[in-house]
Design a protein around this ligand. Structure first.
Ligand code: ADP
Ligand code: MG
Length: 588
């Protein structure tokens, strides 16, 4: 085939392919345009998850009637003039190709009017060809309507996922932008239903709650770091609040949502040794630096950036996040030697390790090498690491109850030493295994005398609905009650004494729209949550009978040594450890 210059419309479609991959990418471009136009209110509407209709309306600076044709022309932008400007970008857009690209693969209507103009205008483009161009009396601001996306690129249409998935992507995008721009009012409407509404109050945590739920939003730790030419603000989850994937790790750089693998690993470094394998934090960090220190022109959808001093940015992220984590109260793990007076060996506590890191010292990464931080020259041999004192993952021997300590721990004696059992973690484990067993024979269910209504944040209704059959299997009878309200008719019997609404709310928070997650994993996580709710708490006094029953139940468990979240249920102090610690054995 001879080499030919491609016809204009073919070239346009190819270019569009880079920017416009799916409905959410259209919305991203349009919302960024509205933000660039300094809008304080942005309303996003979709029909059929954006396939039939996307409309973004804003109250920004508008486009004059005369400039409308330019706005939809390729490489036409009001945001930069010269090539040098590319290295000092202060707007989200700069290539002048988004509207042109969208217009090439849809029917696009652009209606706009600057605040003090005599009149505005309307232009309609179909498949890149102008159909209508006329003056119009419209309120200030801009409305972009995109209909029948990909009508002329059927291959693209085929690649789109089911509506709920496309909508979830849109929800995730808008919620993130809503948190990033708390002074802007956002409203997201799918098929006439409001899914997200923010009020421009400027309170980021409040907006976080509309997406992640109040429970998660309340727990998130605040991240703040101020340095010359570099600031970081945002939120990151405490170590107990994690996800099974990295999808809830979000970075904004100079107001732009970017995906950066290196930044993500910098963040994960800050959590090093604190999270279980395969668990990831929820984080939303807003990084601001001199526009000249970032190259934003490196990716077709501007989803990646290049830092002039990447190391500086990564280390700032780490420091900021560590500081936030350190500020939270963390439990101290204590080795057996706490009982030998004056020699308190602390286990390698993540917080301690970080403190050491921050002070410039290197914390040993393995408990075996830990000398006591308070008393390095102890005459006793270093205590064996806690990990070794935990028996291998298997059944536990029969135990003799000694009693309860601090209304939180059970003390028991086994043939091989002393056991300290965390009553909450242990009960969680017991309930977890019981629920799985019972499911085979039919789970005990407690119907509610008065069915309880529960309201679900608009953006999560679809997701919630998706889980209803699963919830049903586990004893929650839930049915839609119109809009974002559902009725709870029953709960699993083990939860009969808990508030059903609070429980479902917390379950909802634990759901992640993760298609890659196996059904079994989602289910296990759900059950773990239920058990966490139902289990006795630390600080609860148990009768002798209850303590006994808990021990017997724990002995009968398949995996008695960890709770369903993977934390230990017990500490075992072997006879040998005790003898060492009391100086009855070992070198002096
Ligand atoms: P870019 O954002 O890269 O400049 P676009 O194709 O997205 O390119 O938009 C082209 C131009 O149209 C912008 O530079 C801006 O001047 C104008 N424009 C687009 N959307 C809006 C809007 N919502 N409000 C005001 N002006 C807009
Ligand atoms: Mg743009």
């Amino acid at each position: 085939m001879p080499i030919q210059v491609l016809p204009e419309e073919v070239a346009a479609k190819i270019a569009a392919g880079e920017v416009v991959e799916r409905p959410v990418s259209v919305i991203k471009e349009l919302v960024e345009n509205a933000l660039d136009a300094k809008a304080t209110e942005i309303i996003i509407e979709t029909g059929e998850a954006g396939k039939r209709l996307i409309e973004v309306a804003d109250n920004g600076c508008g486009i004059s009637y005369e400039e409308l044709p330019l706005a939809i022309a390729r490489f036409a932008t009001s945001k930069l003039k010269t090539a040098e400007d590319l290295f000092n970008i202060r707007t989200l857009g700069f290539r002048g190709e988004a509207l042109a690209s969208i217009a090439a693969v849809s029917r696009l209507t652009l209606i706009s009017c600057p605040p003090h103009a005599e009149h505005g205008g309307k232009i309609v483009v179909q498949g890149g060809k102008v159909e209508t161009y006329e003056p119009a009396g419209v309120p200030p601001g801009t409305v972009v309507r995109v209909e029948d996306l990909f009508y002329n690129v059927p291959a693209r249409l085929k690649f789109l996922k089911q509506d709920s998935t496309e909508r979830n992507l849109i929800n995730a995008l808008i919620s993130r932008y809503a948190v990033a721009y708390p002074e802007v009012r956002f409203r997201l409407v799918h098929d006439g239903k409001v899914f997200l509404q923010t009020y421009g109050h400027g309170d980021r945590r409040e907006i976080l709650a509309t997406y992640y739920g109040v429970d998660v939003a309340r727990q998130m730790l605040e991240v703040i770091l101020e340095e010359p030419d570099l600031s970081i603000q945002g939120f990151t989850s405490p170590i107990a609040l994690t996800r099974s994937n990295r999808r809830d790790i979000t970075f904004f750089v100079n107001g732009r949502w970017i995906q950066d693998v290196a930044l993500t690993s910098a963040l994960l470094q800050a959590y090093h040794t604190m999270l279980m394998v395969g668990r990831y934090p929820i984080s939303m960090l807003f990084i601001w630096l001199d526009p000249e220190a970032v190259d934003v022109n490196v990716h077709p959808t501007k989803a990646e950036v290049r830092f002039r001093q990447p190391e500086r940015v990564f280390s700032a992220v780490q420091r900021a996040v560590r500081r936030a984590l350190l500020a939270q109260p963390v439990g101290i793990h204590i080795t057996p030697s706490v009982w030998s007076s004056g020699t308190s060996h602390q286990m390698i506590d993540p917080a301690w390790q970080m403190a050491a890191d921050l002070k410039g010292g290197t914390a040993p990464n393995n408990a075996q090498e830990v000398p006591s931080p308070s008393e390095p020259n102890t005459s006793f041999p270093a205590s064996p690491p806690l990990k070794q004192t935990l028996l291998p993952e298997s059944r536990i021997p029969l135990l003799r109850l000694v009693g309860q300590v601090g209304a939180t721990y059970l003390v028991a004696e086994g043939p091989d030493g002393l056991y300290l059992i965390d009553q909450h973690a242990a009960h969680e484990r017991v309930l977890f295994e019981r629920m799985w067993r019972e499911r085979e024979q039919g789970l005990a269910v407690q119907p509610l005398l008065n069915p309880q209504p529960i309201r679900v944040p608009g953006v999560r209704v679809d997701e919630f609905q998706h889980y209803i059959p699963l919830l049903q299997q586990w004893g929650f009878e839930v049915e839609p009650f119109g809009g974002d309200t559902f009725l709870i008719r029953s709960v699993p019997a083990i939860l009969r004494n808990s508030d059903p609404v609070v429980i479902l709310q917390s379950l909802l928070d634990s759901f992640e729209e993760d298609e890659s997650l196996l059904e079994k994993e989602t289910e296990a996580r759900l059950i773990a949550r239920i058990c966490k709710r139902a289990a006795v708490k630390g600080g609860q006094v148990l009768s002798r009978e209850e303590q006994e029953a808990l021990l017997r139940d724990l002995e009968a468990c398949e995996s008695p040594r960890t709770c369903p979240h993977g934390r230990p249920t017990m500490i075992h102090l072997s006879v040998e450890v005790l003898e060492r610690q009391f100086g009855r054995r070992g070198s002096r």
